[in-house]
Design a protein around this ligand. Structure first.
Ligand SMILES: Nc1ncnc2c1ncn2[C@@H]1O[C@H](COP(=O)(O)OP(=O)(O)OP(=O)(O)O)[C@@H](O)[C@H]1O
Ligand SMILES: [Mg+2]
Length: 467
């Protein structure tokens, strides 16, 4: 790809893409691209792409599918998706091909087309007003039949969040992998790519042992610092801006989250009104961090509060306010997160008998959609906030600022742009004393190490970790 400014057929929203897959500013993933290509090219090989949320699975796959397939279809699962809904969604997306009467459809098998239309007449097309949820899958629409319909068109079926549906639906979904693999003798290109934001491939699909050599499991790691730097360098070159002096801050703060680098790069450009590539290089200095941080904060402040309300909600009062304790403990550490035993140590400074079972259960909850999925279990074994902004916000609202048990009600956000800019600049997040934040927050003896010193956000806070 040529990355030169000058042509302005693109704008900054195509260069920095915090909310969508990167295309123009795509950083090659050398460690995994070769394997994905090979798996996609091998007939009968089903593919499981797994890795932490935000590691770039969808982006990478889109890139490779665009290179290797003319068309693909994507179905997205949720925790309530049933196997029937999965089939129906795949089937509905074939409508555009099987009802297409243009000349390039002439090679298509007549009997399959007739069969497709017959099934469609039975269940009603999704565009005819029938709701997927209330439509019934007829016996003719099996995974095998769907695979044939897709195979005839040479399609790849991407199933996002394959790990989410309930266990009771999984068996049939897993069998579908085998069915698609078998179909390769008839249709070389048909295959399923199952994607899951999980730590292991088996959390995505629990397939039969005999399938082992017919499934490729590909781990997509978070972008490393060099890749994030490349992302920011490409972006600068494309937009003809120079924020070299801020790159290290962005990368450090992002802790592997490419979306954060995209967001900060985007904010930098927007701050200086660089929407299309600048005619003359626009340069940034360190003091530009504050307005960039401010914009970043403004964009997120509504959702921040909502997500925290969801995470901290208590249906009834129990002995421990588990979610709050866990978030506080993690927020008292650095952005990279903490191991289970470190979280436990931190909580036990306050509640000496805090049960480790509670920690395990509520960590799982905090990683689930039910509680806004704010935490993740990283591949290095640590638990961390997915979004570094949540970490900083948790520090300020849960540790710094005593809040009521039931509601966080801060308006405007107590997290200031100054503080965020400071975190960005130093890479050090709110300093903790030897004894940790929790003690000061919970009114337990504050040792000298935890005394509040410097002003942050107009309030006084603890010593820096350098002290
Ligand atoms: N190779 C890459 N080059 C540049 N940016 C990337 C790359 N991969 C991912 N990104 C960016 O990172 C962010 C997350 O990417 P993506 O949505 O592909 O991750 P994901 O692993 O599919 O996440 P999830 O599990 O939450 O679906 C997006 O902002 C995307 O633009
Ligand atoms: Mg994705």
């Amino acid at each position: 790809m040529s990355l030169s400014p000058g042509r302005s057929s693109f704008d900054v929203f195509e260069v920095f893409t915090p909310g969508t897959q990167a295309r123009l500013n795509y950083v090659p993933r050398l460690s995994v691209e070769g394997r994905i290509t090979q798996a996609l090219q091998t007939p009968g090989k089903q593919v499981i792409v797994y890795g932490e949320s935000g590691s770039g699975k969808s982006t990478l796959l889109l890139k490779k599918l665009e290179e290797l397939y003319t068309e693909h279809i994507t179905t997205r699962c949720s925790s309530t998706t049933t196997f029937e809904e999965l089939l129906l969604d795949g089937f509905d997306q074939l409508d555009q091909y099987y009802t297409d009467t243009s000349s390039n459809s002439s090679g298509r098998s007549r009997s399959l087309t007739a069969d497709f239309l017959r099934i469609q007449a039975t269940i009603g097309s999704s565009t005819s007003g029938s709701q997927t949820a209330s439509r019934i899958v007829p016996p003719q629409l099996t995974a095998h039949r769907l695979g044939q319909f897709m195979g005839e068109l040479g399609l790849c079926w991407v199933i996002e969040d394959f790990h989410k549906p309930d266990e009771s639906e999984k068996t049939q979904m897993n069998q579908t992998l085998k069915i698609f693999s078998d179909l390769a003798s008839e249709f070389r290109r048909v295959k399923i790519v199952a994607i899951g934001a999980t730590e292991t491939a088996r959390e995505v699909v629990e397939y039969e042992p005999e399938m082992a050599n017919r499934v490729d499991e590909i781990l997509v790691p978070l972008l490393d610092d060099d890749e994030l730097r490349m992302l920011l360098e490409n972006g600068q070159r494309l937009m003809n801006v120079d924020f070299t002096s801020l790159v290290d801050s962005f990368v450090q703060y992002a802790t592997g989250m490419a979306s954060v680098c995209h967001q900060l790069g985007l904010n930098a450009c927007l701050e200086k009104d660089v929407i299309t590539p600048a005619q003359r290089t626009v340069r940034f200095v360190e003091t530009d961090l504050r307005p960039i941080a401010k914009r970043y904060l403004n964009d997120c402040s509504d959702t921040l509060k909502k997500t925290f309300d969801m995470a901290l909600h208590r249906e009834r009062k129990r002995k421990y306010d588990n979610c709050r304790l866990i978030l506080m403990a993690i927020a008292s550490g650095q952005l990279v997160g903490m191991h289970n035993y470190e979280i436990l140590d931190q909580i036990r400074k306050i509640h000496h008998d805090y049960p480790s079972g509670n920690l395990t259960n509520y960590l799982n909850e905090l990683m689930s959609d039910k509680r806004g999925a704010m935490l993740r279990h990283s591949s290095d074994g640590r638990f961390r906030f997915i979004d570094p902004l949540h970490h900083v916000y948790a520090q300020i609202t849960l540790i710094e600022e005593p809040v009521s048990d039931f509601e966080l009600d801060f308006s405007p956000s107590p997290l200031s742009a100054d503080y965020l800019a400071q975190v960005l600049r130093t890479g050090v997040i709110h300093p903790i004393g030897e004894s940790g934040f929790l003690e000061s927050r919970w009114g337990v003896n504050m040792t000298d190490g935890a005394q509040r010193t410097g002003p942050i956000n107009g309030r006084t806070v603890g010593p820096t970790s350098h002290e």
